[in-house]
Design a protein around this ligand. Structure first.
Ligand code: HEM
Ligand code: HEM
Length: 392
């Protein structure tokens, strides 16, 4: 009985053992398969993560080196965290590129404006909202350098080489006034300021951004000192000329002035009367003579060979006297050059004297004297001439 059981048991046991062995092998195979899958998955996962991280690093390197052009990362834009990071990074890079492009465009525009301002002939100065001078163009620098000594007479801390970066308050007697003016400025504001012997016209304009926010103020400077001095000099000269003209107008000598182009620019009252009286007689020799059209006429039209007169007048540096026949009249002219204070030739002045009557008397007396010398005492001086002598 025992034997029988034993052999059965032993068969059963060996069967069981077989089954256990088979199950174990199966388990081992499953575990092996799972471990392999696990290892494979880890390897694949690492590959994906590494690729993703490599790409992220490359994008950072691109940004770092200023390359904002996005790479093609479509194959990496998965829904997992790495893919999301890459997508966000690429978006960020694109936005950076957009901002940088726009900034570069603005910088280019500003640079063009600055370059134009730098060389503009208007003197431009810019102050920021803290009232610090942040810009001066070349012309403004030169103007301030030229005016430095004069400005120092009134503002002794003024230094043309130390304007940039400093406050405008340094130069204002009551800085609160300028600050108020500038803070309230909405459009161009013109004023005239005097510093030492200098006078400046200044035009202040607010600088506003697209949203109307104040960025600072720009000031255009115009040094009026020289112009005002010239205006004063011109007024002085005009007053002097007017006095001389008034004097010339009323003197008894008969005066005519021609400019360097030999155009008659002036004749005084005495000459006007003299030539008006002689007009008919003059016309007998010069039929183009018209007293009403003398001013503005070139003297060449009265001269047979104009180059002769031009040669005489060209190098004239002292009085030149001559006698001319104008139709029935004989005129003595004394021509003098006219020079400016600086020695520049301005034209010629001519004093005219109608010698017709005087010559007639001289001739008459000559003929009476010649007759008497020849023993003829019967010749008498003409009545008309006697009257002239009585007047003398
Ligand atoms: C961007 C720079 C500057 C701005 C925005 C500015 C602005 C002004 C303004 C708005 C006025 C008032 C004019 C009026 O009330 O009619 C003024 C006056 C004056 N500024 Fe300036 N200024 C600047 C730079 C300077 C500099 C560099 C000097 C030095 C020479 C100066 C000297 C004066 C003087 C002497 C007056 C008149 C008298 C006074 O108020 O002290 N300014 N400025
Ligand atoms: C500012 C104005 C004038 C100047 C500077 C001027 C100058 C002269 C000079 C330098 C001569 C040369 C004399 C010589 O060679 O001895 C001359 C001659 C003469 N001038 Fe004039 N003259 C002026 C206006 C006139 C006018 C208004 C007339 C006419 C009315 C005139 C008619 C003559 C004539 C007829 C002669 C003689 C020689 C010739 O016909 O060319 N001149 N003048």
């Amino acid at each position: 009985m025992f034997q029988k059981i034993d052999s059965n048991t032993s068969r059963l046991l060996s069967l069981k053992l077989e089954a256990i062995k088979a199950e174990r092998t199966e388990h081992l195979l499953i575990i092996l398969a799972l471990v392999s899958i696990g290892l494979l998955f880890t390897w694949w996962f690492n590959q994906v993560i590494n690729r993703g991280l490599r790409t992220i690093l490359e994008i950072f390197d691109d940004i770092n080196s200023g390359n904002y052009k996005s790479r093609d990362v479509t194959s990496l834009q998965s829904k997992d965290e790495v893919g999301t990071v890459i997508t966000r990074l690429v978006d960020l890079q694109a936005k950076l590129k957009e901002n940088i492009d726009s900034l570069q465009k603005q910088m280019k525009e500003s640079s063009r404006v600055k370059q134009a301002l730098d060389v503009a002939t208007t003197n431009v100065m810019i102050a920021d909202n803290n009232f610090d001078i942040i810009y001066m163009n070349e012309s403004a620098v030169e103007m301030m350098q030229a005016a430095e000594a004069d400005i120092k007479q009134e503002i002794n801390n003024f230094d043309s080489n130390n304007l940039l970066g400093g406050s405008i308050d340094r130069f204002h007697k009551n800085p609160a006034h300028q600050r108020k003016v500038l803070n309230e400025l909405t459009s161009t504001y013109k004023s005239k300021i005097s510093v030492g012997r200098r006078t400046f016209n200044i035009i202040s304009t607010p600088i506003l951004d697209k949203n109307g926010e104040r960025l600072g103020s720009v000031v255009e400077w115009d040094d009026q000192t020289e112009k005002l001095a010239k205006d004063k000099e011109t007024q002085h000269l005009a007053a002097e000329n007017s006095r001389v003209k008034q004097a010339l107008d009323s003197v008894t000598s008969s005066v005519m002035i021609a400019n360097n182009d030999l155009e008659i620019v002036y004749l005084n009252n005495s000459l006007d009367i003299m030539l008006r009286n002689a007009e008919d007689d003059i016309k007998k020799g010069l039929n183009n003579f018209d007293i009403n059209k003398l001013v503005g006429t070139c003297i060449d039209v009265f001269h047979k060979n104009p180059s002769h007169q031009r040669n005489i007048l060209k190098d004239l540096n002292s009085a030149f006297e001559s006698q001319l026949t104008l139709g029935d009249r004989t005129m003595r002219i004394i021509v003098n050059p006219v020079f400016s204070d600086s020695g520049e030739r301005l034209g010629s002045v001519v004093e005219w004297a109608d010698r017709t009557q005087e010559l007639a008397i001289e001739q008459e007396i000559d003929s009476v004297v010649t007759a008497a010398v020849n023993g003829d005492l019967t010749k008498r001086i003409e009545e008309k001439i006697k009257r002239v002598f009585l007047v003398i």
